[in-house]
Design a protein around this ligand. Structure first.
Ligand SMILES: Cc1cc2nc3c(=O)[nH]c(=O)nc-3n(C[C@H](O)[C@H](O)[C@H](O)COP(=O)(O)O)c2cc1C
Ligand code: SF4
Ligand code: SF4
Length: 279
């Protein structure tokens, strides 16, 4: 049995978690492979005896559209075990609703969803977490990774139930999928743009092309924020999302925030999450 990770990640958080899980599984003697979900050729499909892990960031209490599209390309299978690994900026339970559609698609294709893992990682939209918060999230992720990897290897995990309110909110916010295509087309650059092309290279969907030294945006944006996050000059202007842009990689190297330094927004939920998993 091979454990195949299929991962969509805009700004690297989900990829970081999946890479850590894959490394922990390898230490347990498992064979793993990690494939990005995005543009280009479809990654190799799972064999009959493989186990699959789908990684994605929560976008507006949903899985991003490219992830849903990818799941629909998976071959029909009988009882192939499958896990979801998601990351989100907040520890709110509403984020579990992002598993509703992936689970439905996977089950229709014959996969057996065995468990869901939800990691809190720093925000890449709305506001920037402090470096200390990012480091504490990263440390917490590493504390739990061994248990989660063993859970995947044994084919057993926890599944989250979503009641009618979460279902309704998630369904309503799915408007984000078509909306981002329009919003993303109107991303612009400020005078600070140096034409370096980092945005073009960073787009997981190949939605950016450089023309006359400036990025031009196509109609396949999934709102992953990678282009704006990775621009060395913070030169992208994101239309109605502009006030929510977050720029610059998190280093994860800072001293992890103490309980007193945990941000005031959703403070109780962050503390609960950290205390649950920190060893
Ligand atoms: C368009 C968009 C919507 C988001 N919506 C949510 C959300 O509903 N809940 C949440 O907790 N975080 C949300 N986030 C934050 C990301 O889920 C979080 O930063 C994630 O770790 C990013 O993963 P990535 O680096 O792999 O792309 C959103 C981010 C983006 C770009
Ligand atoms: S990454 Fe920023 S500076 Fe570089 S081309 Fe894109 S918008 Fe311009
Ligand atoms: S254009 Fe920017 S926000 Fe849209 S998918 Fe590409 S990198 Fe992500």
């Amino acid at each position: 049995m091979k454990i195949l990770f299929y991962c969509f990640s805009g700004t690297g958080n989900t990829r970081r978690v999946c890479e850590n899980l894959a490394a922990a599984l390898q230490e347990e003697g498992q064979e793993t492979a990690l494939f990005p979900i995005g543009t280009g050729d479809l990654p190799p499909m799972p064999g009959k005896d493989d186990l699959i892990v789908i990684g994605y960031p929560v976008h507006a209490f949903n899985a991003p559209a490219p992830v849903l599209r990818f799941l629909k390309t998976l071959p029909q299978r009988e009882k192939t075990p499958c896990f979801l690994v998601r990351t989100s900026g907040e520890p709110l339970r509403f984020n579990h609703a992002s598993g509703i559609l992936p689970k439905r698609i996977l089950r229709r294709r014959g996969y057996e969803v065995k468990g869901e893992f939800h990691y809190v990682m720093p925000y890449n939209i709305i506001f920037r977490h402090s470096e200390g918060m990012a480091a504490r999230m990263d440390r917490t992720m590493k504390c739990r990774i061994g248990d989660d990897a063993r859970s995947i290897a044994s084919g057993k995990g926890e599944l989250y139930h979503n009641g009618p309110v979460r279902r309704l909110v998630s369904f309503t916010l799915r408007i984000e999928h078509p909306a981002m295509k329009g919003i993303g087309r109107h991303f612009k650059t400020s005078a600070d743009c140096i034409g370096c092309g980092a945005c073009e290279k960073s787009c997981p969907l190949g939605n950016i092309r450089m023309e006359n030294g400036r990025p031009v945006f196509g109609k396949n944006c999934a709102g992953c924020m990678s282009c704006s996050f990775r621009c060395p000059k913070d030169a992208l202007r994101l239309g109605i999302l502009n006030g929510w842009r977050v720029n610059g990689n998190y280093s994860f190297d800072a001293v992890p925030a103490s309980d007193e330094e945990v941000c005031r927004y959703c403070r109780k939920s962050y503390l609960k999450y950290f205390h649950r998993y920190e060893s």
